[in-house]
Design a protein. Structure first.
Length: 426
């Protein structure tokens, strides 16, 4: 009588010789001796999948998944062969069981999203694809990697297209509902460069906002402060603002690096400031979210800024912060988020030599003098001195926008935030 060990050796010999038919025959003999033999089950399931005998493959993978309930590979394969047999509800249940064990696995989310795509629920699929991208920013680019397997590559390409279609439609539908008289055409035609499925080109090389772009908006890198009606109200209160900031600024307690260490910014100069307090910030508002403790420390500043046409996000100013740039520190050239806003610098403590370059304009920073610029243009800043630079920074609406257009931009950002907040894999 042939022992199990001998059968295993026999199967290995046939496999080494490339004789798959005899290998599979021996695997069947092994299962008669041990129905839960993992190597035999795995070999048979892979063989049947290659032959597209998905029903047989499912039987083997079901046993493996039961024997190894925490093995994500076996569970994902089981869901896949169920999916290929159009057992979509069963496949979804299998994938979700796997997700419950490994919620940080982007590939599992890719499979779940693709399952919803097959069930013709594109919005749900897009939500899950987006969650996968949150975990692995490269997952929707996997199809561009020649080393990637066919299944993941194909699903990655579908995921990217579906998610981008849904988010583009979300913008268009939001503006369409608001545009009663055709006054919002510029905002309807605005694009989200990272995800928009509509063909577009930046009007000029020097201006490339990476998040939101209005092609038909007046393109001006730098705005003279004399032409900004609200600038005088800020500058006339310089002493009061500076005193309040310097008396209440708690960099150690309230400060944080302006740049997240994981931001995809490459270069020696970026490495010096990413995740480091060499460029620190104390935020009153960040991405529309208030920091109540910090806001309470600057009542005079808040009262003065209430008279300024601040960009609004989620009902609050989009961004107001105190920027602390340490001595001999450079912020390298980069493009900002959107051309719908101007970034305003109000220098409070500025050592000699601190400058700001926007496109071809080199602006020397002076205490108490507003600098307003469109940061969607290529720009950089630096503090070459031996002392710290402290600047109040906030965002105002681009002066070329109408009030209706401002509301439409706020609405499209709010729609996206609501969509992102409502995502769920289950």
């Amino acid at each position: 009588m042939t022992t199990l060990v001998e059968l295993e050796q026999k199967a290995q010999n046939f496999l080494t010789q490339g004789d798959m038919e005899k290998t599979m025959q021996v695997c069947h003999e092994i299962l008669k001796e041990n129905p839960r033999h993992d190597h035999a089950l795995d070999a048979l399931s892979q063989y049947e999948m290659a032959q597209e005998n998905f029903s047989d493959a499912e039987k083997y993978l079901a046993v493996l998944s039961k024997s190894y309930p925490e093995n994500a590979i076996f569970m994902t394969k089981l869901g896949y062969v169920q999916e290929k047999q159009n057992k979509l509800d069963q496949a979804l249940a299998t994938y979700l069981a796997c997700y419950a064990l490994y919620p940080e696995n982007a590939v599992i989310l890719l499979y779940i999203g693709h399952l919803h795509f097959l069930k013709e629920d594109k919005n749900k699929a897009a939500e899950i694809f987006s969650l996968a991208e949150d975990i692995d920013e490269n997952i929707l680019q996997a199809h561009l990697n020649p080393q990637m397997g066919e299944i993941i590559s194909r699903r990655s390409k579908i995921a990217r297209q579906v998610m981008h279609e849904i988010l583009t439609d979300l913008h268009l539908e939001t503006i369409r509902k608001m545009d009663q008289g055709g006054d919002l055409k510029r905002i309807y035609d605005a694009v989200w460069p990272q995800i928009d499925v509509r063909n577009f080109e930046y009007a000029q090389e020097a201006q490339k906002p990476f998040l939101f772009y209005i092609p038909d908006l007046q393109a001006t890198p730098y705005f003279e402060r004399e032409g900004l009606g609200w600038a005088g109200a800020i500058e006339s209160n310089f002493d009061e603002i500076k005193q309040e900031v310097m008396e209440n600024l708690d960099i150690e307690g309230d400060g944080q690096p302006y740049l997240d260490p994981e931001m995809p910014l490459v270069g020696e100069d970026w490495d010096k400031i990413k995740g480091k307090m060499t460029w620190g910030s104390v935020h009153l508002y960040k991405q529309g979210q208030p920091n109540a403790e910090v806001i309470a420390k600057f009542p005079k500043l808040n009262k003065i800024l209430s008279k300024v046409p601040l960009c609004i996000l989620g009902g609050n100013p989009s961004e107001i912060f105190i920027s602390i740039l340490q001595p001999e520190t450079k912020i390298p050239p980069h493009f900002g988020v959107a051309n719908s806003v101007l970034t305003v610098h109000f220098p409070l403590v500025v050592p000699e030599g601190c400058s700001l370059r926007v496109e071809d304009h080199v602006l020397m920073q002076k205490e108490g003098e507003i600098l307003a610029f469109d940061d969607s243009y290529d720009h950089e800043a630096g503090n070459p001195s031996k002392a710290v630079r402290i600047v109040l920074i906030f965002e105002v609406w681009h002066p070329d926008l109408t009030e209706a257009e401002q509301k439409a931009i706020t609405a499209t950002f709010a729609s996206r935030t609501k969509w992102l907040d409502g995502r769920s894999a289950t």
